[in-house]
Design a binder for this molecule. Structure first.
Ligand code: PBG
Length: 324
């Protein structure tokens, strides 16, 4: 009649719950994605991501220094060029004077090896058509021609001081192509945090404003279909075989099953990216008074860690690091 087994015993006090908590969340687990924009004179708040800014070079240095002081594990930098500087090849991505490379040098100058500086290695912010690669005459994204551009971009980022490159365009063979080029150019110590399992997601919506994307259409010929699980394991295995130093699953919250499976099989550290839409949904619900903002943030990050992420990219990285 009365239960013998009582799991509630270990939930009775905060001290008991703290003693038996399985999952930890520490500042070093959190990576802050940051945006640096060309041609702005003051930080610009992204309207669909309240609290997230496109930075000037000066405000980037300040915000990055504050995030590192709060204890974050690293920074992931995205560049936002001026609209008139975009072209079909995304030339600004590999131009040493392109905003992303200039921003990387600013971070390297400001922070050196005191944090891990990561760069988004993808063309979409720099192409006038907004795709992650260059287009064939048919209008399709040309995989192998894109790899040549990724190599040029990767070398420029390595030269600008990035510790880890984040190829995020989902082209076949991108990790091997970049690894080969880095090694041949003497950048053997520059690593790759490969976006291994990246899904075509509606939750990237706010990011498109964040980077002033010119994309019309979608990325379904290169990003993955939400219906598929095995395909992600193939992508993860390929990226590791091609030399990825870390692998990433993205988005996070709708793909926690993929994250768990990746963490179970991966011999390299696993990251997950809590993307723009995940940030904006929690922010909007909290602004309406519908959820407890801080509790929802901590629960979401704990869930991503529990699902197997060693590292979580989140726009709340600096704030949450300050709480922990
Ligand atoms: C591609 C890239 C995207 C994001 C990170 N890298 C956009 C996309 O694939 O459409 C999305 C990040 C976010 O939504 O927070 N360079």
């Amino acid at each position: 009649m009365f239960p013998t087994h009582r799991p509630r015993r270990l939930r009775r006090t905060p001290a008991l719950r703290r003693l038996v908590a399985e999952t930890t969340l520490e500042p070093r687990h959190l990576v802050l994605p940051m945006f640096v924009a060309d041609g702005i004179s003051a930080p610009y708040e992204i309207s669909s991501m309240p609290g997230v800014y496109q930075h000037t070079l000066d405000s980037l240095r300040v915000a990055a220094t504050e995030a590192v002081a709060a204890g974050v594990g690293g920074l992931m930098l995205f560049g936002v060029p001026k609209a008139e500087d975009k072209d079909p090849q995304g030339s600004g991505a590999s131009d040493p004077d392109g905003i992303l490379n200039v921003g990387l040098r600013a971070l390297a100058d400001e922070l050196g090896d005191s944090t891990v500086i990561m760069a988004d290695t993808c063309l979409d912010e720099f192409t006038d058509h907004g795709h992650c690669g260059v287009l064939a005459p048919s209008g399709a994204v040309d995989n192998d021609a894109t790899l040549i551009r990724y190599i040029e971009m990767a070398l420029a980022q390595a030269d600008s001081g990035a510790h880890l490159l984040g190829p995020s365009g989902m082209m076949d063979g991108q990790v091997a192509a970049i690894r080969g080029a880095l090694d041949a150019s003497g950048y053997t110590e520059v690593g790759q945090l490969a976006y291994a399992a990246k899904y075509a997601s509606a939750f990237y919506g706010p990011f498109r404003e964040a980077v002033g994307s010119s994309l019309e259409g979608d990325r379904r010929t290169y990003q993955q279909d939400a219906a598929n699980r095995r395909e992600s394991m193939r992508e993860v295995d390929l990226d590791i075989a091609e030399g990825a130093d870390m692998v990433m699953v993205k988005p996070a919250m709708s793909y926690l099953d993929i994250l768990r499976e990746t963490a179970d099989r991966s011999p390299v550290p696993v990251a997950a990216y809590q993307i723009s839409g995940e940030y904006s949904m929690i922010t909007a619900a909290a602004q309406n008074g519908w959820i407890d903002r801080d509790a929802a943030i901590l629960e979401s990050l704990t869930s991503i860690r529990r699902a197997g992420a060693d590292v979580v990219l989140t726009y709340w990285a600096a704030e949450v690091a300050g709480w922990l």
